[in-house]
Design a protein around this ligand. Structure first.
Ligand SMILES: Cc1cc2nc3c(=O)[nH]c(=O)nc-3n(C[C@H](O)[C@H](O)[C@H](O)COP(=O)(O)OP(=O)(O)OC[C@H]3O[C@@H](n4cnc5c(N)ncnc54)[C@H](O)[C@@H]3O)c2cc1C
Length: 423
């Protein structure tokens, strides 16, 4: 238990969101406990690139840099992309984003989920900031951003309970107590549920969610192509769902192919040759033939928006609060924006001497993040619906809108800024 006999924050779930939040708060000097059900599998350079990759936006990178973990992620394996090309299978017109146009080195980075989680997990196990070689070196590397924190002797190390699960939550006037399955009692000012889409804490708190089942699955694989990917993230919209080719550091592409359930099941059952042929065709052969593929996996796609992010002293973050269609590659980026916001809100509350778990403090986080996440999720949902329509007049309208947006630099700039988390 903490030096005051009470923690500031208990974070449940050590995925990218929970891991980043626990690390950020500990580095800021909060007393933190982190509860994770399963120890993450180690990331190893000699292993095949994990099938689950994410496109991280510049603001997500900035947060990971600030936490001192970006350097180890970048040194391990990342695929930067400088261009993004989006087009419609049923209409002419193409949207092209170019990092150079925005004066930036990259629009984003393709990173394995497992690598982000592992880098954070390792950093969480390091000793306190300022006393530790890895974290200090990484902090110094990241443009001095962390200097103020490294100089802060109050930085703490989170208490990690793994394997651990919350069996009971008692939410009271002055604090919240989480009792773990092994009987450990953790008392804190705030409890954050970041255990992903199925969040048992969200269910325990009785927070409902709205949304819909897309009746689609995202088929993922890594493929080699005849022509180089040219540091470009490609996306072709088809009536069944979008198909993305994301550039990996080793020259291959990671595909995310959203399809109606039955089509996904059929694709998963194809032999490699038949799959490569069908994939090449679905991608318009933009990179020539598909010359090799890894085994495939598939994920069900859903839209889920928690009705509220706060219940007493408990808050939701990341996929526990919002699950979005992967067509814009934003799920983890939104979750890391939750982290940045909650961190700021809790720091402000501490600076003002407020109770961290006071309703007005947590509501500020909810107001900021729920509106942003809902707007993004509804936007992706609208895009999914509009591009799911195969009728000719709709396709013609879509083509005209895409062509117009493509020709109009300020519109392109605005869309790129939203995707980058800079509005
Ligand atoms: C096909 C696909 C492609 C995607 N592409 C992108 C992309 O390009 N860009 C992007 O930003 N996002 C993308 N996403 C979304 C992204 O993967 C998620 O938004 C992100 O991983 C969510 O992180 P999280 O930490 O909130 O949850 P999770 O990653 O689900 O982590 C939850 C953690 O909680 C732990 N846990 C679970 N239950 C318990 C419990 N009872 N007690 C304690 N711990 C528990 C789990 O073990 C895990 O460690 C994609 C998603 C899919 C399906």
């Amino acid at each position: 238990m903490s030096r005051r006999g009470e923690l500031d924050v208990v974070v449940v779930g050590a995925g990218a969101v929970g891991g980043a939040l626990a690390l950020a708060l500990a580095q800021d000097g909060f007393e933190v406990a982190l509860v994770e059900a399963r120890e993450p599998k180690p990331w190893r350079a000699e292993d095949e690139v994990d099938l689950r990759v994410v496109a991280l936006a510049p603001d997500a990178r900035a947060l990971l840099e600030d936490l001192g973990v970006w350097r180890s992620i970048a040194a391990a394996r990342i695929g930067p992309y400088r261009h993004m090309r989006v087009w419609d299978a049923l209409a002419p017109g193409e949207l092209h984003f170019d990092a150079a146009e925005r004066g930036e080195a990259a629009l984003g980075w393709i990173v394995e989920n497992k690598l982000v989680q592992w880098a954070l997990w390792q950093a969480l196990h390091e000793d306190s900031v300022g006393r530790n070689g890895f974290t200090r070196a990484a902090a110094e590397h990241s443009k001095g951003v962390r200097k103020s924190i490294a100089a802060d002797a109050a930085a703490t190390r989170p208490m990690i309970h793994c394997p651990g699960e919350v069996a009971e939550i008692e939410d009271g006037e002055s604090g919240v107590t989480a009792t773990l399955a092994d009987g450990t009692r953790l008392r804190a000012r705030v409890l954050v549920a970041a255990e992903g889409a199925e969040s048992p804490v969200r269910k325990r708190l009785g927070i409902a969610f709205e949304g819909r089942d897309y009746a689609q699955r995202a088929v993922v694989a890594h493929v080699a192509t005849e022509r180089p990917h040219a540091g470009t993230a490609w996306q072709r919209f088809q009536p069944g769902g979008p198909l993305a080719f994301l550039p990996l550091a080793d020259g291959r592409c990671s595909i995310v192919w959203s399809l109606p359930e039955a089509d996904a099941v059929r694709l998963l059952a194809l032999d490699d040759d038949a799959f490569r042929a069908e994939l090449g065709c679905a991608f318009d052969f933009r990179l020539g033939a598909i010359t090799a593929t890894t085994p495939r996996a598939a994920f069900p796609l859903r839209l889920r928006l928690a009705a509220r992010y706060v219940a007493g002293r408990c808050v939701l973050a990341g996929d526990a609060a919002h699950v979005v269609h992967p067509l814009a590659g934003q799920g983890m980026n939104l979750g890391l924006r939750d982290v940045a916001c909650l961190r700021r809100v809790l720091r402000d509350a501490r600076d003002r001497g407020s109770d961290l778990g006071a309703a007005h403090v947590l509501r500020r986080y909810e107001r900021e993040r729920r509106s942003d996440n809902t707007l993004a999720a509804r936007g992706f949902d609208a895009i999914e619906r509009v591009y799911g329509l195969a009728s000719e007049p709709v396709a013609t309208l879509r083509g005209a809108a895409l062509a117009l947006a493509g020709r109009f630099a300020p519109v392109r700039g605005m869309l790129a800024a939203i995707a980058a988390g800079r509005r």
